[in-house]
Design a protein around this ligand. Structure first.
Ligand SMILES: C[S@@+](CC[C@H](N)C(=O)[O-])C[C@H]1O[C@@H](n2cnc3c(N)ncnc32)[C@H](O)[C@@H]1O
Length: 440
């Protein structure tokens, strides 16, 4: 963010508008509409008690002189179309009094700000103003009736997204008021909390489900792990409590029972908790263990599936997991070493015409390759390692079953999640998905 937007209370304050063109008159009109005392002039002379100076349609010399004087006196100045002589910029405004939406581009693209304003004007109906005024009237009553902050939060969530709002938008304020009264009476003094296990998908935020997005946006508390990126977390409410419980292989940051206890504690405090996990919570995600603990503790919970790494990475790398000519089944396998060794059913894994999707398999690549070849899966079987799948940083390293051990060091050095795909489907070259753009 290049500049901080603040709303300036100019009621009764003096604002100097320099210039006598149409733009100056427009700015003077806006300043008067917010209660400012506007003085018009051809240059900046006295600045005593001036709260803001606006310069429009003057010469560069006048604007520069005004800028220098304002800077010396610490008076904010906005010079129309002359960003170098501004200490404050004038936003594009959507006015739904008491709601004001200001859009700024720090002088980079004023035309874009105007375009955005048109879109927002369309999206925010005029009746939003009436809704805000109704809300203002209910603030004191809600505060007096509901002492628990979570109870008040639930009241306002439903107030602004339900029958009260619908009645206001229909123009029936009396009905909206009746609905608000019923709503207030129905909110429990201490609301029950709940835990939602939510799959965040493999990385690209576009792969979130609509439900996952809605739950993330409404969560009071988000408990997330390492695979959940900032782009996904950015959808959370600004006031949501974010708790990182990330784990690395053989380096468990937070023990599972502590995570369970955390979820239970916040749900018992009446919070809406989202346990956000990379991929799908029930695919190598310990979702089952967490649900068991929650059920045992009597906490209401549910699960929202996510796109698992195998399907996400395969799609973005252009590899079909099944294909009528090459693979009739696909196995999701964990390559996580237990007591330093791989404990897998090699006979089943080495069957022909199937695809293996191996999670957490980087450290076990040499073992994996050796065991599968020993079970007579040809060393020439195509294989690929997909690092950071579906993210702007995705890398696909293609090879064969026999060459996998040679890739282990490079993949480990990337220190990013990696998925191994083995099977003839890897040789089917489909166009890869265009990768999402990196966030700045
Ligand atoms: C603990 S498992 C979690 C799997 C997750 N629940 C899912 O459904 O995708 C973590 C492993 O998933 C794989 N993985 C997750 N996201 C990935 C990504 N974006 N790219 C490559 N592999 C990924 C890696 O093998 C990683 O070690």
């Amino acid at each position: 963010m290049r500049a901080l937007p603040l709303f300036h209370d100019l009621r009764g304050r003096t604002c100097l508008v320099v210039g006598d063109g149409e733009a100056a008159t427009r700015k003077a009109g806006v300043l008067e509409s917010v209660g400012a005392h506007v003085v018009r002039g051809a240059s900046v002379d006295a600045l005593d008690d001036v709260a803001l100076v606006v310069v429009a349609e003057t010469t560069d010399a006048v604007a520069q002189d005004a800028f220098n004087r304002c800077r010396a006196r610490g008076v904010p100045i906005n010079a129309v179309d002359r960003p170098r002589y501004c200490t404050v910029t004038w936003p594009a405004i959507v006015d739904r009094d008491p709601i004001t939406i200001a859009i700024g581009t720090a002088g980079a693209a004023p035309m874009l700000a105007r375009l955005l304003r048109t879109r927002i004007e369309q999206a925010v109906p005029m009746s939003m103003a009436a809704l805000a005024r109704l809300g203002e009237g209910w603030r004191t009553r809600a505060k007096a009736a509901l002492t628990a902050p979570t109870a008040r939060l639930r009241f306002w969530e439903r107030f602004f997204d339900g029958p009260v709002t619908e009645a206001v938008f229909r123009g029936d304020i009396a009905e909206a008021d009746r609905r608000a009264r019923a709503l207030l009476a129905g909110i429990p003094a201490t609301p029950r909390g709940m835990v939602h296990l939510v799959g965040a998908g493999p990385g690209d935020p576009e792969l979130l489900t609509l439900r996952a997005l809605r739950l993330i946006q409404s969560a009071d508390v988000i408990v997330h792990d390492r695979l959940v990126g900032e782009e996904v977390l950015a959808y959370a409410r600004a006031d949501a409590l974010r708790i990182y419980v990330g784990k690395r292989r053989a380096n468990h940051c937070v023990p599972q029972q502590d995570i369970n206890a955390l979820l239970i504690e916040h749900a018992r405090a009446g919070k809406r908790v989202v346990r956000l996990k990379g991929g799908d919570p029930f695919v190598f995600g310990r979702g089952g263990e967490e649900i068991e603990a929650l059920v045992e503790a009597g906490i209401a919970c549910d699960v929202t599936p996510g796109i698992t790494a195998a399907t996400g990475c395969a799609a973005y790398a252009g590899i079909p997991l099944t294909h009528r000519d090459h693979a009739q089944s696909c196995l999701f396998v964990t390559g996580h070493l237990k007591d330093g060794r791989l404990d897998l059913n090699w006979d089943v894994l080495a069957r022909p015409r199937q695809t293996l999707a191996i999670y957490m398999g980087v450290a076990s690549l040499p073992d994996l390759s050796r065991q599968l070849i020993a079970q007579r899966l040809p060393g020439s079987t195509p294989a690929a390692v997909i690092i950071d799948g579906t993210r702007p940083t995705q890398r696909v390293i293609a090879g064969t079953l026999a060459s996998l051990p040679g890739l282990a060091a490079a993949v480990a050095a990337a220190a990013r999640p990696a998925l191994v795909l083995i099977g003839d489907v890897v040789g089917v070259a489909l166009p890869a998905q265009a990768l999402p753009l990196a966030a700045e």
